[in-house]
Write a new protein. Sequence first.
Length: 496
Amino acid sequence: LMQDIFQVDGIFCGTVSVIQGAALSGYSQIVTERFSKAPCDGPWEAVRVTLAGSVQGRQFDRFGGVFVGGAEVLRTSTPEPTPEGITWSVTRDVTDYAGLFQWPQNVSASIPNVVTAVYTGVLHINVSFSFFASGRTRGSGLPEAAVVPLRSPHSVMVSPWNSTLTQGWANFTARRLAADTGGVFLDVFASGHECEEFEAGYDCGTPLRRFVVYVNGVPAGVMYPFPVVYSGGVNPLLWRPLAGVESFSISPLRFDLSPFVPRMVAGEAEVAIRVEGASASGVWYVNPTLVVVAGDEEIASGDAAGTLTGGLRHRNLSATCVESRDDSDLLVRGQMVTRSGRRKTLSVSASLHAVSAYDTTAGGGGPAQPPDSRLAWGVMSGSAVGASGPASTFQYGFSISVNQTEFSSGFDINATAAVDSFHTYGDAVWNKTLQSKSRYRSEEPVVQTNAAAERYLVSLGSLCWDASARVRDGAVVEKDGMQWMCEPGAGPGLPA
């Protein structure tokens, strides 16, 4: 749905298909092709990456990613197929990474897959990039930027998931930046797997995670990962044909490291990423990239200091229910002096709040012992002000319930899921709501039913969009959308 209302001011100048008809059937398989040239010269108004796929037979959902020149541009997962076969596609804006496309690059795609006599689904994928010629302004809000992966591009392209595996802490060395750097952002692609997959709460641990970033030991950023439910999660019928929660495009967490520019232009900087609350029985695939924006003067000297308060707190509400809370406040200030003697102060602040609970009865939780019933709910909210650019806010609420009965040769699963997500960035506002319910009984009498509704309300400047869809028993029964002129910054209220 979001793709239906994703519009660009620029003039479409062409699409470059780089990976075509790749058949993925092996866990360690990586497909690499060469991107040669964009169809029009930059700078571009917008650049998009599209992954389109098809799969037939029986297969699990599979995670994966797309990489350009060793920099990750898409973290994704696949839907579970039907015997007749399905197709899907996902498009993500990568305008902030446009600098990667100024010269030829290797483009790699990896979706670890396992094909057996039982799990027969081979993933067939295409990867393409669409370019829009520059219009009045660049759509992303960032000037043309340099993209600097913090992991070795070679290791990422040879073995992307072994080189991104993280349990608890990940440490990186950022090379020295150019003296005229004006701002720097850290994008962290991150997804939890095994016991860190979000089924209904994190299956093998407490129900909340917190990411913290440090530069040379100084707190630099804090954020919660939003729950991601893959299309085989909870009850697969919840996600047919709608995608699992955030599962097709897992957006990177973005941290503004601009107060640390003086340290990063003076020499190498140590960047550490911590996943707080993670279970030792699970893994996170964490892949960080710097997006570096040029300034108008060279930096001569400066320093930064930061404070971070808060931290995850857990308590047992009952013998089966655990609750996690956090109240985090971050303040980072950087002082810098330019070659001309001009002094600048760059500040980043954030305030985050979260509560989440996970209740199970019977079973042990996790993949090996699914509980008979699960209930998870939570609310995350926060606000942040970067060193440059507008303020941002978010509020993310969710609830998931599962009742499951196991038989000697099958199961009966009733499940519901609901998400209400609200974000602002300057005068841009977007709201997503999702409600889905399903029943899947594998024994006679077999039952496979679902009903779902998804809606996006978006405003950007003086334009507003409303897109919605309703699903019943695996088919879209209603789809609607509209666009209208609205008051800038007022939010996407429906037109009179």
